[in-house]
Design a protein around this ligand. Structure first.
Ligand code: MN
Length: 205
């Protein structure tokens, strides 16, 4: 049974950056539905007892095309939103720490530089999708964008996402309407680099 991540904050706690109605709709409806549907499909495919990362990394082993596409979309939606919601906070650390701080400086030069790359990737994603900061097993960092509910795992890169920025319209349209760039800027106001730093340490080991 795949569980939707529990929020460590109230639905209105991210105001004014992310509003309560968006949270209620996004977490309470969209993410809940991805979770429910993914559970149904995973049961059908006989992969309910496997970690979601493993399911997304081995989609090519699912012979039935409809089931494979369903697992990619619904499993991706389940995983991506767990990552997204778990990295938001009403009292976020505004800078990364430890090994991630070092890796960001080494790879991108500064925190501002990686935020700019992530923002550009998110703003430039045509239609629905995400931008990701991900790492390989050696700790190298990558900024990428993916369409739909794809991510670096389902794309077969072998990398682990540590930060996910949702730019589906449902993530911002109720408050920001067509102004995706404004939402992206506000996302970083509630992004907790403490959690992202922990995600990095876990992924690199
Ligand atoms: Mn979303």
């Amino acid at each position: 049974m795949f569980e939707q991540v529990k929020l460590s904050y109230e639905m209105n706690a991210l105001e004014p950056h992310i509003d309560q109605l968006t949270m209620e709709t996004h977490y309470g409806k969209h993410h809940a539905t991805y979770t429910k549907t993914f559970n149904e499909l995973a049961q059908k495919a006989g992969v309910s007892d496997r970690p979601v990362e493993e399911v997304l990394a081995s989609l090519d082993k699912v012979a039935d095309e409809t089931l494979r596409k369903g697992l990619r979309n619904q499993g991706g939606g389940y995983y991506n939103h767990n990552l997204y919601f778990s990295t938001l906070s009403e009292a976020p650390d505004k800078v990364p720490s430890g090994k991630l701080a070092e890796a960001i400086d080494k790879t991108f030069g500064s925190l501002d530089a990686v935020i700019e790359l992530l923002s550009k990737a998110a703003a430039g994603q045509f239609g629905s999708g995400w931008s990701f900061l991900s790492t390989d097993k050696e700790g190298n960092l990558f900024v990428t964008a993916s369409p739909n509910q794809d991510n670096p795992i389902s794309e077969g890169t072998g990398r682990t996402p540590i930060l996910a920025l949702d730019v589906w319209e449902h993530a911002y349209y109720l408050k920001y309407k067509n102004l995706r760039a404004d939402y992206i800027k506000e996302f970083f106001e509630v992004l907790d680099w403490k959690v992202v730093s922990e995600n990095y340490e876990k992924a690199v080991g």
